[in-house]
Design a protein around this ligand. Structure first.
Ligand code: IMP
Length: 433
């Protein structure tokens, strides 16, 4: 049985967690492959709302083993907090249910402090990071000075590595950023205590997943962030520091492409983005508030990790075509279709206009992209409340036409549509739709 990959087809926050939650029911393993606690996955199970940043969404499915792969950067404070919070809500996150890869890298308080300092120094050019230390931790990994999770099994080596790390970072903080140094002794004591608790979760997860796949089990790779935030393929430099795309799943889990089955892109029925960088279909004023919501509902467009209002806009089919190409998508899931109910017309961006020409493809050149304006095709809206729909035929004709238009424009079949946050608020799209 295959490796199925779930990726964000836009700028993150597409609702991947809930799609993962559904597909996890058929998987033996659910594995996070990139990013860290910059991600925020909101899951609604009955009346319970779970907000997870590091632990894969599959944890709420009994019997599923969750993996934090080598491509993830792990803040142990956050990981232990999530383990404890889930325990208080009746989900026991034992070392049998959660495996932390030996090669994953650790985030320290120095990475977090440096993230904030670097953002302040960027001034008007700030990326709008989540300030979780993600960029500095991946920078250390690339510079070959990172701290790998395997140190948690070796207390003396952990102490030595932390001491060297904190000495270097304190120098940076003081000399370059004129910031307060961190208390090295306190951090070493804290991480030594973490090692005691996290040691039993360590595993060679590449080997574990390879064996599972070879035995015919299904592995679900759960992406974080989205295609346009990919370090290689996104809107650089306004990107995260890892690989949220499908290739990142292979790299971040230590698996080859041979096992891949489905590559499911998750796209919101409109667009959203947190942080700075190009977003051709961005809306402002009343139109933006209509899509974003006021913040009163858990599903309104405010960051799960930072609480920031998200930038919002109409659906961008140029972005979806790009995501289809970069990830090799086999299908799309379209989320939050219910938010569009009540609109008379729904514009969809079908191409860009740049320098008097129509551009069909997402530009690799950032100056061209910055100059692009959206070319819209207008789809008829629907007035019905669709949150109760469970079958394709229960959706209004105009809603079905919108879904078909998005599939045609992106060149990828749509297999699932979500009409609300609840676990059952999903509509399977028949292949012949
Ligand atoms: P970082 O990942 O914290 O370094 O942030 C880099 C960029 O990625 C910023 O624009 C963030 O807002 C964005 N970003 C990181 N994680 C997420 C996410 O889970 N959803 C949406 N945007 C994210």
């Amino acid at each position: 049985m295959p490796l199925n990959i779930i990726v964000g087809a836009q700028w993150g926050d597409e609702g991947k967690g809930r799609i993962t939650d559904v597909l996890a029911a058929e998987a033996a393993y659910v594995a996070r492959y990139s990013g860290g606690d910059n991600a925020g996955h909101t899951l609604t199970v009955g009346r319970e709302i779970f907000k997870l940043h590091l632990i894969p969404s599959g944890i709420v499915q009994p019997g599923v083993v969750c993996v934090i792969g080598n491509g993830v950067v792990v803040n142990p404070t956050v990981l232990l907090r999530e383990i404890d919070e889930l325990a208080t809500r009746g989900v026991a996150v034992t070392p049998q249910r959660l495996k932390l890869d030996l090669k994953a890298h650790l985030i320290t308080p120095a990475h977090v402090r440096l993230d904030g300092s670097a953002e302040s120094q960027r001034g008007a050019q700030a990326i709008g990071t989540t300030q979780r230390g993600i960029g500095p931790a991946y920078s250390d990994k690339a510079a070959r000075s990172g701290l790998r999770a395997q140190l948690l099994a070796h207390p003396d080596a952990l102490t030595e590595a932390l001491r060297a790390h904190l000495t270097e970072k304190n120098r940076l903080l003081q000399d370059i950023y004129h910031a307060e140094p961190l208390d090295s002794a306190a951090i070493i004591a804290q991480y030594t205590a973490y090692a005691q608790r996290l040691g039993p979760y360590l595993a060679d997860t590449s080997l574990l997943l390879h064996r599972a796949l070879s035995q015919g089990q299904t592995v679900l790779a759960e992406g974080a962030q989205g295609t346009l935030l990919d370090l290689e393929q996104g809107t650089y430099p306004f990107v995260t520091s890892s690989y949220p795309t499908a290739s990142g799943a292979l790299l971040g889990l230590g698996l080859g492409p041979r096992h891949i089955g489905r590559i499911l892109g998750v796209a919101k029925a409109f667009s959203s983005r947190v942080g700075a960088g190009p977003m051709p279909t961005e809306l402002h004023g009343e139109a933006a508030v209509r899509l974003r919501g006021s913040g009163a509902n858990p599903w309104d467009e405010f960051g799960t990790t930072t609480g920031r209002p998200r930038r919002v806009g109409w659906l961008d089919a140029v972005v979806l075509r790009y995501a289809a190409r970069i990830n090799g998508l086999t299908e799309l899931a379209l989320t939050k279709l219910d938010i569009l109910s009540g609109l008379t017309e729904i514009p969809v961006c079908v191409a860009y206009a740049a320098a008097g020409e129509q551009v069909e493809e997402f530009s690799a050149d950032s100056a061209t992209l910055a100059a692009c304006t959206p070319v819209y095709h207008s789809c008829p809206g629907w007035q019905e409340n669709i949150t109760g729909a469970r079958h394709w035929t229960e959706l209004p004709t105009a809603a079905r036409a919108y879904v078909r238009a998005v599939a045609d424009l992106s060149g990828v079949p749509i297999s699932l549509v979500s009409v609300g946050p609840g676990r059952d608020q999903l509509v399977a799209v028949p292949p012949t739709a």
